[in-house]
Design a protein around this ligand. Structure first.
Ligand SMILES: Cc1ncc(C[n+]2csc(CCOP(=O)(O)OP(=O)(O)O)c2C)c(N)n1
Ligand SMILES: [Mg+2]
Length: 644
């Protein structure tokens, strides 16, 4: 069991006296001490600073037997090494909330104040992709879980672990108000059950302890996913019975599932014999080690890599990185291996978005296909993120990262001098093609260099020029920027890219960036977020969270004043009917009135500049903002950009 913290007042006495109203508060020094700002009559904006939030609670003699269930729950949570709890407050978990900040001293986990439950979960999502472990999210009853839902779905699709606790009042006769009735639910987990890996409803403290440790293990076993515990308010708030023997179960390591040796050897045989093999990497690297393993396989086979970049799988400047030539390579490949590729069928086909929605095989019909994918170990029915059925020749339901070393060994066993020399020739050709592709990207980036609004290539280049000598981390996705950073920048470390939302739910970007920056803070990295305007407008309150918790993060707005992707969707429809595209901006733009993101940021305590429309003003603005971020604070530069 964890350490027992001394509290300012015997909790049992405090609870007994609470009914007596404010009188009891006078007896509690912590409660009467008003922040100086309030006494001076200043606005009560931040009554307690982030630094003060981390100070230990006041201490006094402890008089035993005053621990509530939620104190023990904190012991369990601490045993898992969870650093933060992201939450928007709610009475259904007030017991846990109070225990975390007082009994647990607001350290490991530290409470992160979130302004929307979707932000809580998306922050956890971004954090886990950098730190490789979950943080805790608490959500309030029906309404909190409903708000959390889309972000949970994103994490589920993206195979990211998040530990979620939802509050609830189970006993109908104990609900104290209409509100508690409205926020209580018979089967709370049903709200999220279709897109979490596991849920439970503990009815006792030992049950809570076992289920929490079990949930953590389930979430962290590939395929990783969110898990959910519904924790009854009374279980949190009731005193622990005298003499109750409670213990925290030991968290033991789980080894990730590896591919069957026979299937792995068959994959190696096909790859070694292939003349034009291609490797597609989806969520291949779960950790920095995954990148190393993939590089070793790639170097052994001299195989071109098409990086779908759902994770930072492979360095962008590696000569075998042939992502920009993906389509060309797919059409000639005789063996295609996919590592954690979500849509293998989609990689082999092209789709035509016309009246009849047709598709066509682009790969050779005699190409042999190999898939290593842990997604096959856990599939649910209702939500359709599992994609079309691919006819894979060697199908290995296993974790790619854990299977890569044995695959590389199997390949090495089959190599002889003649294959090695063939592979060396292949590498020389691929290296030349890689250099040409990079040069083509640089040439293309120079088009419309001075245009205003600013081109996304210029935006990416100006940012790169100022971060390339730092320990940087791009904590946003790149599809909305025509993937310019991936085409131009040198990514070679795992923490330099975190992939996308998984479920393509917009509103993920800003909070995931803040969560990833929270994880990067401990490592002293410069987190950069290229932020779409539409995405930020779902829940901009996360900027306040970044300011309040002093999370260093450079945000450059990609402000095209539109939901531009949807402009294009409506244009497709209008074109189909030959009605002209002029009116496709209706319902899809954010230009009237224009949104002032610098002011939005400033209003929440974030350094803000802009809007910047002249490209020559960009570099100095980025430089100023980086100085702010280096001081340990968030900063935002609003940049008016071309649509893509
Ligand atoms: C929750 C949610 N609602 C709606 C959509 C549909 N959608 C896809 S892209 C997009 C526009 C996003 O706008 P922005 O973030 O500014 O990026 P842009 O397309 O302008 O580059 C929308 C609304 C979605 N994917 N998720
Ligand atoms: Mg936009």
């Amino acid at each position: 069991m964890g350490p027992r913290k001394k509290t300012s007042l015997n909790r049992r006495d405090f609870l007994k006296n609470v009914a007596a109203g404010a009188a009891v508060l006078a007896a509690a020094p912590a409660a009467t001490a008003r922040p100086p700002a309030l006494e001076r009559g200043a606005p009560a904006a931040i009554p307690i600073s982030p630094e003060a939030e981390l100070r230990s609670p006041p201490t006094a003699e402890i008089l035993t037997a005053d621990r509530t269930g939620s104190d023990f729950m904190v012991d369990v949570i601490k045993s898992l090494g969870i650093d933060y709890v992201c939450a928007n407050p709610g009475s259904s978990f007030r017991g846990l909330h109070e225990s975390i900040i007082n009994y647990g001293s607001n350290r490991s986990p530290e409470f992160i104040t979130c302004c929307h439950e979707e932000s809580s979960v998306a922050m956890a999502h971004g954090y886990a992709k950098i730190e490789g472990k979950p943080l805790l999210v608490m959500a309030h009853g029906t309404v909190g879980l409903q708000h959390a839902a889309m972000a949970v779905y994103n994490a589920y699709c993206d195979r990211v672990p998040v530990l979620i606790i939802g509050g609830n009042i189970m006993d109908a006769t104990r609900r104290i108000s209409q509100v508690e009735w409205a926020h209580s639910v018979q089967d709370a987990a049903a709200i999220l059950r279709d897109y979490v890996k596991w849920d439970d409803l503990p009815v006792s403290l030992p049950h809570f302890a076992e289920s929490t440790v079990r949930a953590y293990k389930i979430a962290m076993t590939p395929p990783m996913m969110p898990v959910l515990l519904i924790v009854d308010g009374e279980l949190q708030e009731n005193l622990i019975a005298n003499g109750a023997s409670l213990q925290v179960p030991r968290l033991t390591a789980t080894s990730p599932p590896q591919g069957h040796s026979g299937a792995v050897d068959e994959a190696a045989r096909l790859l070694v014999a292939a003349e034009n093999p291609v490797l597609i990497a989806g969520r291949a690297a779960r950790t920095p080690a995954g990148m190393t393993y993939l590089m070793e396989l790639a170097e052994t086979l001299q195989i071109p890599i098409i990086n779908q970049m759902d994770r930072m799988n492979f360095p962008t400047r590696h000569p075998l990185n042939q992502t920009e030539r993906g389509r060309e390579l797919m059409t000639s490949a005789d063996v295609i291996i996919g590592l954690e590729v979500n849509d293998f069928w989609g990689a082999l086909h092209s789709f035509r978005d016309q009246m009849d929605r047709t598709s066509r095989l682009i790969a050779r019909s005699d190409a042999k296909t190999i898939s290593i994918n842990s997604a096959n170990l856990f599939v649910k029915s209702n939500y359709q993120n599992f994609q079309r059925y691919p006819e894979v020749d060697v199908d290995i339901p296993a974790d790619a990262e854990a299977t890569l070393p044995s695959l590389t060994e199997a390949v090495k066993r089959r190599l002889d001098a003649s294959r090695k020399s063939t592979f060396a020739n292949r590498r020389a050709k691929l290296a030349a093609a890689h250099d040409e592709a990079l040069q083509r990207a640089r040439d293309a980036a120079a088009y419309a260099w001075d245009v205003s609004p600013i081109s996304t290539a210029r935006l990416s280049s100006e940012l790169w020029a100022q971060i390339k000598n730092e320990d940087w981390s791009l904590v946003s996705r790149v599809e909305m920027l025509s993937r310019w950073p991936l085409r131009l920048w040198a990514f070679d470390k795992y923490h330099q890219y975190i992939g996308g939302a998984g479920g393509y739910g917009i509103g993920y970007g800003a909070p995931a960036a803040v969560g990833a920056a929270l994880a990067n803070r401990r490592h002293g990295r410069l987190s950069v977020n290229m932020q779409c305007d539409g995405d930020l407008m779902y829940a901009p309150g996360v900027l306040w969270t970044a300011a309040h918790h002093r999370i260093p993060l450079l945000t450059l707005m990609h402000n095209n004043r539109a939901y531009h992707q949807e402009v294009m969707q409506v244009q497709i429809m209008a074109n189909r009917h030959s009605r002209g595209v002029d009116r496709a901006t209706i319902g899809t733009t954010l230009s009237d009135p224009p949104i002032d993101y610098a002011k939005l940021a400033q209003s929440m305590g974030v350094y803000g500049e802009g809007p910047i429309s002249d490209p020559k003003d960009l570099a100095p603005a980025i430089a100023r903002a980086i100085q702010v971020v280096k001081r340990g604070e968030p900063a935002l530069v609003d940049v008016l950009t071309q649509p893509r």
